[in-house]
Each structure stands twice: as structure tokens, then as C-alpha cells.
Design a protein. Structure first.
Length: 190
């Protein structure tokens, strides 16, 4: 099983104290709202530390993001690297919150997906308006449209990956060594 719904996730967390909830969203998204006890390890850090995560992980991992797509990418990468005991929260934090389940709330920030829509829409709007004076600017709108189409077809988003690197989305930062040590502590039963 590669994903579980919110009821099964909550039951898993309650029944198994060794389950480690790993939130793969940006630190800013994590800071806005996260599941109690979750650790934040953004997707790019999962990719960067894949071998260490696989070597250190000792219990079941419940992977969480905003909607489930980034968590599924993390699960697939971990599975390909040899870690089979990771599941994705189906629907992510959107489903968890919609189910009325408890979250730790912090300062509200825009989710990465909303930021992508703002930036892409702004570029398209600005280039279409600019094309009234410089006709070739319409090509910029076409380029963004092609990028969004490619993102939908491949279920990847280059703009989202770039936006995740902005200081706004890195606010609060992540202590990767601490998170990775918690993976090892999970194996040791503590």
C-alpha cells in the first residue's frame, strides 16, 4: 500500500509510536500548519539525503505534503532506493485539515502551489499587456503556457522547485541533521 486516507493515518499514528510523520513541504508551508509530532524534511532535502534516509530509517514513515503529489515523489524515490516502509497521506494536509483533524498552526503563508499560480498568472498577464507595445512579448505567455502544460503532463513543476528555494519559503529553515537523527532514533525505538 503506497497511500492511506486520513482515518487510517490517524489510526496508524495512534497505534504505532515508532511511526515518523515526515512533512516534505517547504519550511514556510510546514510552519503554517503541520501534524503534531511531524518533522520537516523538504522534498529537495529528501532527494539530497536519500541514501542516508534509507540507511537510517527504522520505522514506518508517513509522508505528508499539501496535496499528496510531493509526498508521492518522495515515497517513489525512497522506494527506488530500497526503503519500502513509507506511505503517503492521500490528499495531504488539505485532506487532513478538511477532515477536521488537529494541526499545529503558526504564521499563515501561501502554499507553494498557490505561489506558482500567482507567478505564472502574473507573467502571462504582464506579457500579454506588454505585447500591446512589443508584439513579441506574447511569446513569453506562450512559453509559460507550454511550461504549465509540461508540468501537468509530467506531474513536475520547475517553477515550484525554483520558488521553493526562495528565502520566503525557507523561513525557519530545517535542521537536516536533527531530522535525520530522528530517523535513526525511530529505529532504536526512541
Amino acid at each position: 500500500m503506497s497511500s492511506i486516507d486520513t482515518a487510517a493515518a490517524r489510526a496508524l499514528i495512534a497505534a504505532d509510536p515508532d511511526v515518523l510523520v515526515v512533512d516534505v513541504r517547504t519550511p514556510a508551508e510546514y510552519g503554517t500548519a503541520h501534524i503534531d509530532g511531524a518533522v520537516n524534511l523538504p522534498l529537495d532535502q529528501v532527494d539530497a539525503h536519500l541514501r542516508r534516509i534509507v540507511a537510517d530509517a527504522g520505522g514506518r514513515l508517513l509522508l505528508v505534503c499539501q496535496s499528496g503529489r510531493r509526498a508521492e515523489r518522495a515515497r517513489a524515490a525512497l522506494s527506488d532506493a530500497g526503503l519500502s516502509d513509507a506511505v503517503v497521506l492521500d490528499g495531504g494536509m488539505n485532506a487532513w485539515i478538511a477532515s477536521g483533524l488537529p494541526v499545529n498552526r503558526g504564521r499563515a503563508r501561501w502554499p507553494l502551489e498557490r505561489q506558482v499560480r500567482l507567478v505564472a498568472g502574473s507573467i502571462v498577464l504582464a506579457s500579454v499587456v506588454a505585447s500591446l507595445w512589443i508584439p513579441a512579448m506574447v511569446l513569453v505567455a506562450g512559453f509559460v503556457g507550454a511550461g504549465l502544460t509540461f508540468a501537468a503532463v509530467t506531474d513536475t513543476c520547475a517553477m515550484g522547485l525554483l520558488l521553493a528555494r526562495l528565502p520566503y519559503n525557507r523561513a525557519g529553515g530545517v535542521d537536516v541533521d536533527d531530522v535525520l537523527s530522528r530517523l535513526g532514533a525511530s529505529r532504536a525505538g526512541g
